[in-house]
Design a protein around this ligand. Structure first.
Ligand SMILES: [Zn+2]
Length: 419
């Protein structure tokens, strides 16, 4: 990996000097942050490289990265980065995508403040329903659409006890389109949207919990070969999506008997088309008989739903602080963009002035021999082009007589006539 340091000098250029640029598989430019920039930004000075992972730590947090992979761990909870943390620690080329550093700094690492939670409006979305039964386990018989409805009702009841307003996309076994589910977030004026699902895989040993949020614009989802999309409605909430996802996932992944498959990113319809912060939870695999049996247990459901509620409450305590942090970041970004725009405009103006000066010098070098000798010494051999140039300089543009003069003079001074 080669890191180019560009634009040093001015304050703006110093800011931009913090940016390194490389291309990624999606043919887009990613801004990267070096090891020192990551440490400075997160306030973590220690790092340990054990040959396979790099671990940053301070008295509060432990972050682990796997070079070349998108997997990372934050205080033991697995998260998947938007781009792999690439490069080598030993040669100083290690880098983290700027977007991931921003997510870590603003959404993932801040502790929930010690204040009361906001009385948010939560829209719970039990996946599938009606004609669409989702995944199923044949023995014991579990249909995803029934399990998701049961979990949603448990979560909703606990959230109401905590003083939050709860709505559901469905409370019965009915078919409901994805569009209708996203639309309800708008009509119900939801502050956050939680879609509830159970997983299925060809590998019947697959197990564990996954939490999904929308990938940032231009970045692929976590799954291999994911399509890269441009900006979606859900991207207006990138930082809030990440905070909501991480808040829920770290509680959910910490419940007993749970394998942590990570906070992942995928462009599911209800994540990209929902206007409020949104997550999609995969509680476990119905293709794994042992896990399906576990998901039917009342104690497992109580623990898992309580974990989701804890996560939502942590989000509801943090959301105001995140609102402020995001507003400050956007103001800083706008200021930097404006400085950059002015710098580019000044650079363009300088280049234009230099080009004009160059043209003036060149014209001055070729203009003098043209007009005077032509009229006093008609025997001088002159090309039609030179004569036309001389005339066009002196004639009035737009006058009816001008073309006649040009034709006449060209005729008169044409080389075959004057010789
Ligand atoms: Zn599902």
């Amino acid at each position: 990996m080669t890191i180019d340091l560009r634009f040093t000098g001015l304050l703006l250029l110093l800011i931009l000097a913090c940016t390194t640029v490389r291309g990624d598989a999606a043919n887009q430019t990613i801004q990267w942050r070096s090891l020192k920039q990551v440490q400075r930004s997160l306030g973590i000075t220690n790092h340990l490289w054990d040959g396979e992972t790099i671990c940053f730590s301070n008295s509060q947090d432990v972050l682990r990265f796997y070079p070349g992979r998108r997997k990372a761990e934050v205080n033991g909870t697995v998260i998947w980065l938007s781009a792999p943390a690439e490069g080598s620690i030993t040669d100083g080329s290690w880098g983290l995508a700027a977007i991931d550093l921003d997510f870590l700094k603003l959404s993932v690492l801040p502790r929930p403040p010690d204040n009361a939670h906001e009385p948010l409006r939560v829209l719970l979305d039990p996946g599938h329903g009606g004609d669409d039964e989702g995944a199923r386990c044949p023995d014991p018989l579990v249909k995803e659409k029934d399990l998701t409805l049961a979990l949603a009702k448990r979560i909703g009841a606990q959230l109401k006890k905590e003083g939050l307003h709860v709505d559901y996309t469905r409370t019965r076994d009915v078919t409901l389109s994805l569009e209708a589910r996203s639309r309800l977030a708008r009509t119900k004026k939801a502050d956050l949207f939680i879609s509830i699902h159970a997983n299925h895989a060809r590998n019947h040993n697959a197990s564990g919990v996954e939490t999904y949020v929308l990938p940032p614009s231009g970045y692929p989802g976590t799954a291999e070969g994911s399509r890269v999309r441009g900006w979606q409605i859900g991207n207006r909430n990138d930082f809030h999506n990440t905070l909501l996802g991480f808040s829920i996932h770290r509680h959910l992944a910490a419940t007993p008997e749970t394998i942590d498959r990570g906070l992942k990113r995928q462009s599911f319809f209800v994540l990209r088309e929902t206007s409020c912060p949104a997550v999609l939870l995969e509680f476990g695999f119905l293709s794994n008989t042992g896990e399906a049996r576990r998901m039917l247990r009342t104690d497992w459901q109580e623990q898992s739903c309580a974990a989701v509620v804890e996560g939502v409450l942590a989000y509801a305590r943090s959301v105001k602080a995140l609102d402020r942090a995001v507003a400050e970041k956007r103001a800083r970004d706008a200021e930097n963009n404006e400085r950059w725009r002015k710098h580019l405009a000044a650079q363009a103006a300088r280049a234009a002035a230099e080009a004009e000066a160059r043209t003036t010098r060149q014209l001055a070098a070729i203009t003098p021999p043209v007009a005077a000798p032509l009229l006093t010494e008609p025997n001088t051999a002159l090309s039609n082009t030179v004569v036309a140039s001389a005339i066009s300089i002196t004639q009035q543009p737009g006058t009816n007589s001008a073309p006649l003069q040009v034709d006449t003079l060209l005729e008169f001074y044409a080389p075959d006539k004057v010789q």
